[in-house]
Design a binder for this molecule. Structure first.
Ligand code: B16
Ligand code: MG
Length: 217
C-alpha cells in the first residue's frame, strides 16, 4: 500500500540548530541579552518571527517594528552565510538509506518544515530530488503545533492524513502530527518526545522491517 512519509528538516535531515544558535546568539548579545544553548532548544520548530519575540521576552526588551524587521533580516543573512557552506557531509546518519528505501518501495515522500530556507538547504545537501512534495515556511500561515504544514504535505502527495507518517524532532511537530491523525515518529530524546507514537535516537535505529510494518499497517 502507498503511504505518505513526511520529514521535518532541521533536526531530522540536517542539524542546522547549531547555525540558528550562532546567529540568534549574535543578535541577542548585540541587544545586551544573554542566550544559552538551552534557550536555543526551545526555538526548535518555532518560526523565525516567534523566535525573535521569545528572545525579546527573555531579555525583557521592547523594540520598534522597524528594528524587529531589520534584526530578523540580519539574523537570516548570518544564518544564510552558514548555510551557504553546507554540503552532503551534514546529512544526519542513515537519512539517505531510509529515503532511498522508501523510494525503492514506491512510497510518497514529502518535506514538512517551518523553515523558509528549506529549499536552499535541500539543494546544498543534494537531497531536493528525493521529495515528491516540499512544504515549508513559505507555504504555511500557521506554525506547528498547528497541523497545517503536514496536512498540506499529505494533500500534495495525494495521500489521506490517516495514511501518513511524520518524522519530527520537536515537541510542537509531534503534536502537529498527532492532531493531523498521522503516525508520529520522534527523532531524538524519548524523555522529550514522549507524545510520539515511536521514538528513535536517529535513523540508524530505523530498520527496513519497521518501515515495512508501517507500509502494510
Ligand atoms: P527559518 P524545522 C525550523 O525548522 C527550525 O527548527 C527553527 O529553529 C527555525 O526557527 C524555523 O525552522 C524557521 O527557520 O528562519 O530558516 O525560516 O525544524 O521545522 O525544519
Ligand atoms: Mg525540526
Amino acid at each position: 500500500m502507498k503511504k505518505g512519509f513526511i520529514f521535518d528538516l532541521d533536526g531530522v535531515i540536517v542539524d542546522t540548530a547549531k547555525y540558528h544558535f550562532l546567529a540568534w546568539q549574535n543578535l541577542a548579545n548585540s541587544l545586551g541579552i544573554s542566550f544559552s544553548e538551552e534557550q536555543n532548544e526551545q526555538l526548535k520548530g518555532v518560526s523565525r518571527v516567534r523566535s525573535l519575540e521569545k528572545i525579546l521576552e527573555w531579555g525583557n526588551k521592547t523594540i520598534s517594528e522597524e528594528e524587529f524587521t531589520r534584526l530578523m533580516h540580519e539574523k537570516n543573512e548570518e544564518y544564510l552565510n552558514y548555510i551557504s557552506k553546507m554540503d552532503t557531509s551534514e546529512i544526519l546518519p542513515d537519512v539517505p538509506r531510509v529515503l532511498d528505501y522508501l523510494m525503492k518501495e514506491q512510497q510518497a515522500i514529502a518535506l514538512g518544515s517551518a523553515s523558509k530556507n528549506a529549499r536552499i538547504i535541500l539543494e546544498k545537501v543534494e537531497l531536493k530530488n528525493k521529495f515528491h512534495a516540499i512544504v515549508d515556511g513559505t507555504n504555511v500561515s500557521k506554525a506547528k503545533p498547528d497541523p497545517e504544514v503536514f496536512l498540506i504535505g499529505a494533500q500534495e502527495l495525494g495521500i489521506s492524513p490517516g495514511d501518513c507518517v511524520v518524522f519530527e524532532d520537536s515537541v510542537a511537530g509531534i503534536q502537529a502530527a498527532n492532531v493531523a491523525n498521522m503516525i508520529s515518529i520522534g527523532i531524538g530524546d524519548p524523555s522529550v518526545l514522549g507524545e510520539a507514537d515511536y521514538v528513535f535516537k536517529d535513523f540508524t535505529e530505523i530498520k527496513e522491517e519497521f518501515i515495512n510494518n508501517l507500509v502494510s499497517a
